[in-house]
Design a protein around this ligand. Structure first.
Ligand SMILES: C[S@@+](CC[C@H](N)C(=O)[O-])C[C@H]1O[C@@H](n2cnc3c(N)ncnc32)[C@H](O)[C@@H]1O
Length: 206
């Protein structure tokens, strides 16, 4: 993944560097499918600042198709301008991650990443996003999330269990940067990975 423009905020480079290390640990504990080429979705990706870190953490596998989706068009435009995937296809789509259309031609994902999921803010909406993500994940794929704060992380893990996902790995990030304006929140404070190994096979239908 090639970064064409610097990050918008000064702390971001350090945050994503730390995230890369933590994701590498997560993927060691819960390995993605053992394929040399991976299809990766980044849901509710915002500006997708972590795109390069995610690609590096997945090495030696290579991302051949990378799809970022968010409701906020200005963030998607910024992501599209910043990231390039040599030898592959990177797409950034403005849209609802809970309503990924079957007819949109999106291939099943080997890895789905949701950074700073927002379950606390809107549980029903995030239940729909998680449901859709699990439906569109390859049977041997993994879904990885990070969270800003403890309670939200617990709620997300509980929701995933209810939806039938299997918690496979998770830990608190010792390098998480506290957010000075919101006590109790910090960047990528928790990481978790889920599989759907015991879920019945669900087609990625609209
Ligand atoms: C806490 S922000 C995290 C953004 C980004 N992943 C990051 O870590 O910087 C949550 C994001 O979820 C997005 N979002 C909320 N509901 C969504 C939906 N139904 N479909 C796509 N994106 C959604 C918001 O627009 C926002 O960018």
């Amino acid at each position: 993944m090639i970064q064409r423009h610097p990050f918008r905020h000064p702390g971001t480079a350090g945050d994503v560097r730390r995230l890369r290390g933590q994701l590498a640990l997560l993927f060691r504990a819960c390995p993605p499918p053992r394929r040399r080429e991976l299809i990766v979705w980044n849901l509710a990706c915002g500006r997708a600042d972590e795109s390069g870190a995610l690609a590096e953490a997945l090495r030696p596998a290579r991302i051949t198709r990378y799809v970022g989706i968010d409701l906020r068009g200005h963030c998607i435009s910024e992501a599209r301008a910043r990231w390039e995937l040599p030898g592959g296809v990177a797409e950034f789509i403005t849209g609802d991650a809970a309503a990924i259309p079957a007819s949109g031609g999106l291939p099943e994902a080997d890895v789905i990443f949701i950074r700073h999921q927002n379950y606390w803010h809107e549980p029903a909406a995030w239940d729909r996003i998680f449901t859709r993500a699990l439906a569109c994940l390859a049977d041997d794929g993994i879904l990885a999330c990070t969270s800003y704060f403890d309670r939200e992380h617990q709620l997300m893990v509980s929701a995933m269990r209810t939806l039938g996902a299997v918690p496979a790995a998770g830990f608190k990030n010792p390098e998480s940067r506290p957010l000075s304006d919101t006590p109790g929140k910090s960047v990528d404070r928790h990481l978790a990975a889920f599989t759907k190994l015991h879920l019945p096979t669900t087609p990625c239908l609209g």
